[in-house]
Design a protein around this ligand. Structure first.
Ligand SMILES: [Fe+2]
Length: 385
């Protein structure tokens, strides 16, 4: 997250004595990535953050591949995924490779019984339905429909939902999630040509600080196992932090589309980058305005990447029979494009209200056993005349 942020109390210099009003010292923790080369924050705890009391049994969450060599265009009905009370149990991984896991979730209840940390992955949660507050060690972020929440690996968090009707599209990324490098200048500031700017970020605001002794369960995902560690003190005992590594949010509704006289390629929609996949936002926008423009995309071969599109809202001009919550997979190696009639239908149209999130992975995706339950099984033939 290339913007400096601080919350709460911090000492005048890093790594010096930081005295508690009642006597004694606060405990400093460096929270960084990529060894000591990546983004980092320094946080200050009331208690040492290392006080493990018990290690309980682990649960294996390794995604199970049903098809390791997929060459079929597929459509999954994401809203058929059954809502579940528990935030983690509600997650249904649909596709994965060695770089990421892509899935959907319909959690009904706030996560308050335990704390969660994903030590394998940065998490990108896209809020399709629902609202609430992401509560983390480094502050809280309120969220609503259309928000992306970026939670860096290692962040301890809980989540509150305002109602039990929630739908989330998520990506767990084994490499860090950044804003695209080409949107930033040498100093990290977002350029004038970027489709969003720093003002659009939702930064953590309220720091909840607890000085509580007891038994606090943290479920920690590491190497696809969900470990359970009991800590002696409340994990939200941070009195302040500063740095660049913290959770943040961004609303898809604040993405300012880049349009042109003729069809613009998908990279203009890019929202996030990693070393192994990109995320794009397809937002309501004016169509191409050349007198002979064809607003529908041309057929294209994404030879080097698998393309996942999660459909959020509006009309999906280039597709027939697509609804909210559907997820399509167009595997690399074969071309895809508008459905029959979609190109002709698009001519003369001046705007689109489509809203969708695209994830293009650089390595092929495997389909999970769970995903097959939601696969419509016939999408691959939907381009036939
Ligand atoms: Fe495509």
């Amino acid at each position: 997250m290339p913007i400096y942020h601080k919350l709460g109390k911090i000492p005048a210099k890093r790594h010096i004595q930081f005295e508690k009003p009642e006597g004694g010292l606060y405990y400093e923790q460096l929270f960084g990535t990529i060894g000591f080369d990546g983004m980092a924050s320094l946080m200050y705890h009331i208690h040492r953050p290392t006080q493990v009391m018990q290690v309980l049994e682990s649960q294996d969450l390794t995604p199970k591949s049903a098809n390791a060599h997929n060459m079929m265009m597929r459509k999954f009905i994401g809203f058929d995924v059954e809502p579940k009370d528990d935030f983690l149990e509600s997650r249904v991984p649909m596709m994965f490779n060695k770089d990421c896991i892509i899935g959907v979730a319909a959690p009904k209840q706030s996560l308050r019984e335990y704390f969660y940390k994903n030590a394998d992955s940065d998490e990108l949660l896209f809020i399709h339905k629902g609202s609430g507050t992401l509560r983390t060690q480094l502050g809280n972020i309120s969220f609503e429909y259309g928000d992306y929440l970026v939670i860096p690996r290692g962040m301890i968090y809980q989540i509150d939902f305002d109602t039990d009707d929630n739908r989330i599209f998520y990506v767990e990324s084994h490499s860090p999630i950044y804003t695209p490098k080409r949107y930033r200048n040498h100093f990290g500031q977002l350029l004038e040509s970027s489709p969003y700017c720093e003002r659009d970020y939702k930064l953590p605001e309220i720091l909840e600080t607890y000085d509580q002794k007891g038994e606090f369960l943290i479920k920690i995902k590491k190497q696809h196992q969900l470990h359970q560690l009991i800590y002696q003190y409340h994990p939200f005992d941070v009195v302040g932090f500063d740095g660049y590594n913290y959770p943040w949010g961004f609303s898809i509704h604040n993405f300012e589309p880049i349009t042109g006289r003729i069809h613009q390629p998908p990279p203009v929609h890019q929202t996030f980058q990693t070393d192994t996949f990109v995320v794009c936002s397809f937002c309501p926008r004016l169509y191409d305005y050349h007198p002979k423009a064809i607003p529908a995309p041309y057929n294209h071969s994404n030879i080097d990447s698998d393309e996942v599109i999660y459909y959020v809202d509006g009309d999906f001009m280039s597709r027939n029979d697509i609804a909210k919550g559907h997820i399509t997979l167009h595997p690399g190696g074969i071309p895809h494009g508008p459905h029959p009639g979609a190109m002709e239908r698009s001519i003369g149209k001046t705007e689109t209200h489509e809203l969708a999130v695209m994830v293009d992975t650089f390595r092929p995706l495997m389909i999970t056993e769970n995903a097959l339950k939601y696969d419509d099984g016939k999408y691959f033939q939907s381009w036939k005349e």
